[in-house]
Design a protein around this ligand. Structure first.
Ligand SMILES: [Zn+2]
Length: 300
């Protein structure tokens, strides 16, 4: 585990601010397995988070792995193909949700990566903008003619819809970001967030090899009750819960691929467990591998 104090910090709980925690799990960086990180559980609110964690400056180098799919459109191997298939199918579902919203057809995608979702949304007639701090991904998005800025404070609201697809878990200050988004969102707008769920079956099954622990890029692991807590703190109400059904397939494949500690029988039963995880999520979105939270501003 890294101890360099210039590159690493020991944050209080990112939701309740408590300094009190218990060790939860040791996880390796899937791109540099020699680097290991500690997840802790807040003894006050139960949140699981990375501690110590890289500072905002220091974390950028951990996004530079050539095969980090969200910033490279996916690689040429089977994992890249699966990533693109899951992305395509999930995007159809996201577009379906957005088509049902009334209000201004103006959308901001925060952490837009290479701009795939925005490109699809633009084809449906929406005015779109993105925020992407990682230069290589931002350049790919801009090459598609998309309006993508580096920082959230450069975005010009109001937006009818703001989306954070698998982004909140990467943020050092989630509550500050949500308050900023509140100011950018139209009064009747929707804020959609998805993130991995540490309560899902694939997380329990793979333990430290669960790909969505993704240390040190994922700083916080939000259970549905943590998201509710954060929504209340920042002036939002959760109106609806759905799920991204194609994420468990990708998660299970990558977890199996990167794991060195699973038994043969665990490897063989991995795919059927993935299907059970998917069915769990369909029946109970709070147990889904990737729940989607539909936030609206709380009316006073
Ligand atoms: Zn806490």
């Amino acid at each position: 585990m890294q101890q360099n104090t210039e590159l690493f910090e020991q944050p209080p709980c990112p939701i309740c601010g408590s300094d009190s925690y218990r060790p939860f799990l040791q996880v390796a960086d899937r791109f540099r397995p020699e680097e290991r990180f500690r997840l802790v559980r807040c003894t006050s609110c139960g949140l699981i988070y990375l501690n110590p964690r890289p500072t905002e400056q220091a974390i950028l180098k951990y996004y530079q792995a050539a095969d980090y799919d969200p910033h490279s459109e996916g690689g040429h191997g089977l994992s890249g193909k699966l990533y693109r298939l899951a992305r395509f199918l999930n995007t159809l579902l996201k577009l379906h949700w957005l088509s049902s919203f009334s209000g201004p057809r103006r959308a901001l995608d925060v952490g837009c990566g290479t701009g795939y979702f925005l490109q699809m949304l633009r084809k449906k007639g929406w005015e779109v903008a993105g925020v992407e701090p990682v230069p290589v991904a931002q350049r790919l998005a801009q090459q598609k003619g998309l309006n993508v800025v580096s920082r959230l404070d450069e975005a010009q609201g109001p937006f009818g819809v703001i989306t954070l697809w698998h982004v909140l878990e990467h943020l050092h200050n989630p509550a500050d970001t949500l308050r900023q988004l509140d100011r950018l969102l139209a009064a009747d707008g929707w804020l959609l967030l998805s993130m991995p769920n540490p309560l899902c079956l694939d997380a329990q099954y793979f333990g430290p090899s669960w790909v969505a622990y993704d240390a040190p890029r994922h700083l916080v692991h939000y259970r549905p009750q943590d998201v509710e807590h954060l929504a209340r703190q920042t002036g939002f109400t959760i109106f609806r819960l759905a799920m991204l059904p194609f994420d468990p397939v990708y998660n299970v494949f990558l977890s199996l691929q990167q794991s060195t500690s699973l038994s043969l029988s665990q490897i063989i039963s991995g795919p059927s467990m993935g299907i059970r995880s998917l069915l769990d999520g369909i029946r109970h979105p709070k147990l889904a591998s990737s729940p989607v939270y539909f936030f609206r501003k709380t009316k006073n």
